[in-house]
Ligand binder design. Structure first.
Ligand code: PEP
Ligand code: MG
Length: 321
């Protein structure tokens, strides 16, 4: 059994028809890397950098951030390390801070907060760019809802690069920049984002929260959380197609990516990069190793045309049989 697990860890996630799938890991802090390496992930698809900022009374300065990002970049030895810029606000508040508005999930959070606090953002961007000299670092911008936020972000990244270049501090000038698709408007407008970015990453936790209007922190509506809602499948399919059309990679980094019962569905929708909590990686990989992509098309197309929840679940059952 131990031998089997070891073989599973080093095996590439290849489908029966020979398609290579990337299985990446989500992390919150640099020490999570140990589990990532044990699971045999081929990269970090989501580094939730805001966790460096939580449960403390001060903000980490540029140096502290740089050292944390560099450690992960070096430990991953050239594999991609996707650092998401601060996703603070809503359910992730700084000590002493109070959330904005009566609906924090709809308030000043993530990229909105960073654009409102450009100095804090600049410090983080410098730290990430400096770390990019030591590994395969890429930048991921959370909670984009319109192109203007993207343009402002790209401008601030350019400014931070200039700043470093002026003082001869090394960084990867060709660093890849991606955006999270986790607001329904961004999913519907994914083509426009895909044309301006190097990659997309779908955050299904928030995408489901906002599409179905269910607060992800409110247990009383947790039963309404449904990744198989037809609207969610349409948004996923549309986002994946938009990335494909623009010729850029797209991943899913929400909880859906680590749910082995949904692996075939997402493969059938065209997904080739999954990023998940490292504990889910072996079960998702096992599933991929048993899957032939051409066999998925008919059933997944049927799922995309289905409105009835019962039928959706019976089609999923067949897909996984
Ligand atoms: C998501 O929204 O799916 C996501 C991956 O980000 P977080 O869970 O950190 O909001
Ligand atoms: Mg999110």
């Amino acid at each position: 059994e131990k031998q089997k697990l070891k073989r599973l860890k080093t095996a590439r996630a290849t489908t029966l028809d020979g398609t290579q799938i990337e299985l990446q890991a989500n992390i919150e802090l640099p020490q999570d890397i140990t589990k990532v390496r044990e699971a045999g992930a081929t990269g970090i698809g989501l580094f939730r950098s805001e966790f460096l900022f939580l449960n403390r009374d001060d903000l980490p300065d540029e140096e502290e951030q740089f050292l944390a990002y560099r450690k992960v970049a070096e430990d991953m030895k050239g594999l991609p390390v996707t650092i998401r810029t601060l996703d603070l606000g809503a359910d992730k508040q700084l000590n002493g801070a109070t959330s904005s508005g009566t609906n924090p999930a709809l308030g000043l959070r993530a990229i909105r907060l960073c654009l409102a606090e450009p100095q804090m953002f600049h410090t983080q961007l410098r730290a990430i760019l400096r770390a990019s000299h030591y590994g395969n670092v890429q930048i991921l911008i959370p909670m984009l809802s319109n192109l203007s936020e993207l343009y402002q972000s790209l401008h601030l990244i350019e400014h931070a690069k200039q700043n470093l270049a002026n003082t001869n501090i090394p960084f990867n000038a060709a660093i890849k920049i991606g955006g999270m698709i986790e607001i329904p408007a961004a999913a519907l407008a994914a083509q426009a984002f895909a044309r301006k970015l190097d990659f997309l990453s779908i955050g299904t936790n928030d995408l489901i929260q906002y599409t179905l209007a269910i607060d992800r922190t409110d247990d009383s509506v947790a039963h309404l959380y449904d990744p198989l809602h037809p609207a969610i499948l349409q948004l996923l399919a549309h986002t994946i197609r938009s990335a494909d059309k623009a010729g850029i990679p797209v991943s899913v980094c929400g909880e859906m990516a680590g749910d082995a019962t949904l692996t075939r569905l997402m493969l059938g929708l065209g997904l080739r990069i999954f990023s998940m909590h490292p504990t889910h990686l072996p079960s998702v990989k096992q599933n991929i190793l048993k899957t032939s992509l051409p066999d998925l098309t008919i059933l997944v197309n049927k799922m995309l045309k289905t409105d009835e929840s019962d039928r959706m679940y019976s089609l999923l059952h067949k897909l996984n049989a």
